[in-house]
Design a protein around this ligand. Structure first.
Ligand SMILES: Cc1cc2nc3c(=O)[nH]c(=O)nc-3n(C[C@H](O)[C@H](O)[C@H](O)COP(=O)(O)OP(=O)(O)OC[C@H]3O[C@@H](n4cnc5c(N)ncnc54)[C@H](O)[C@@H]3O)c2cc1C
Length: 273
């Protein structure tokens, strides 16, 4: 089997209708994950003409259309405050040629263990909004199979980030500059002078799914960050159960993730830069 039908709808309603009526139809975003399964796909519904490519401020919220590419996110001047975590995740994704096609929506729905955008969105407490007007907290999206929470015909339309006037950073560690990460960390901090008022720390590529490290967040909150920085690596290592594969052993991931998390915190605060 190979692709027999290609649709390029110009409205969300039209896209939903094609996807709902044809059980073999798949939404097509950047195509970088789809291409691996192309032999098993009969119908493709190209989402590129639906007007879902945008980054805009709406009051205190930042809205990012699901078809926005990672290069557009990496280059946008609107990615300020803690949204730096998302900008830096986009910047560190592979090479520019791929960043020019990979979309934020595709990265979240593909949900491979190495996908970095969901890690940053998780730390940002973002919401994923769909064509049915539903919105899901990123914590729910990443804890389930992202695709399985969508109904037949439902597409992801945008990501909503609120309350992002803090500090944020993202760091990955990989065998080479453009290789898939074997660990990464995203951090968002609200500071009151040297003291951390609110912390959000997520790791990815370590376990099967990204996750928030709540005990480390508690360790930061209410404290002068530089007083707890040295305790971060150990605390992180205790809260994770890493995978073991050809990219890195369980022990190495445990060790490096602690260091990457501490460095992400330092990066968010501009320490050692
Ligand atoms: C060599 C290589 C290296 C990579 N390195 C990294 C990396 O280091 N870090 C990283 O994060 N990513 C990386 N990626 C990208 C990642 O592996 C996926 O290929 C990518 O995230 C998929 O995004 P896409 O826009 O191309 O989606 P597509 O391939 O078009 O779609 C992916 C899935 O999502 C569905 N989908 C897409 N958009 C929507 C929508 N709006 N609503 C509903 N369903 C939708 C599709 O139907 C499909 O099932 C890499 C990719 C390649 C090829």
């Amino acid at each position: 089997m190979s692709v027999e039908q290609y649709y390029a709808p110009t409205s969300i309603k039209e896209a939903e209708k094609i996807l709902a009526e044809d059980e073999n139809a798949q939404p097509l975003a950047g195509g970088t994950a789809i291409v691996e399964r192309i032999k098993n796909i009969k119908t493709l519904v190209d989402l590129s003409r639906l007007g879902l490519n945008y980054i805009k401020k709406d009051g205190k919220n930042l809205k990012i259309g699901s078809m926005t590419t990672l290069e557009e996110i990496a280059k946008s001047k609107l990615m300020t405050g803690s949204v730096q975590a998302l900008k830096q995740a986009a910047e560190q994704t592979d090479c520019r040629q791929l960043r020019n096609v990979i979309t934020i929506g595709g990265d979240v729905i593909a949900a491979y263990y190495w996908c970095m955008v969901p890690v940053a969105l998780l730390a940002l407490d973002a919401k994923m909004v769909t064509s049915k007007g539903r919105s899901y907290q990123m914590e729910d999206v990443v804890s389930k199979n992202a695709k399985s929470i969508l109904e037949k015909g439902e597409i992801v339309t945008e990501f909503l980030i609120s309350d992002y006037d803090g500090k944020g950073a993202f760091l990955k560690f990989a065998r080479t500059y453009d290789e898939y990460p074997f660990t990464c960390a995203a951090v968002c901090l609200k500071m009151d002078g040297n003291k951390c008022k609110k912390a959000s720390l997520a790791i990815g590529a370590v376990e099967t799914k990204p996750k928030r490290l709540r005990s480390v967040e508690k360790m930061l909150e209410g404290n002068v960050v530089k007083n707890v920085l040295n305790k971060i690596p150990d605390a992180v290592s205790k809260e994770i159960v890493p995978r073991n594969d050809f990219r890195a052993s369980e022990e190495y991931r445990k060790y490096v993730t602690g260091i990457i998390a501490r460095r992400a915190i330092e990066r968010a605060l501009g320490v050692n830069e």
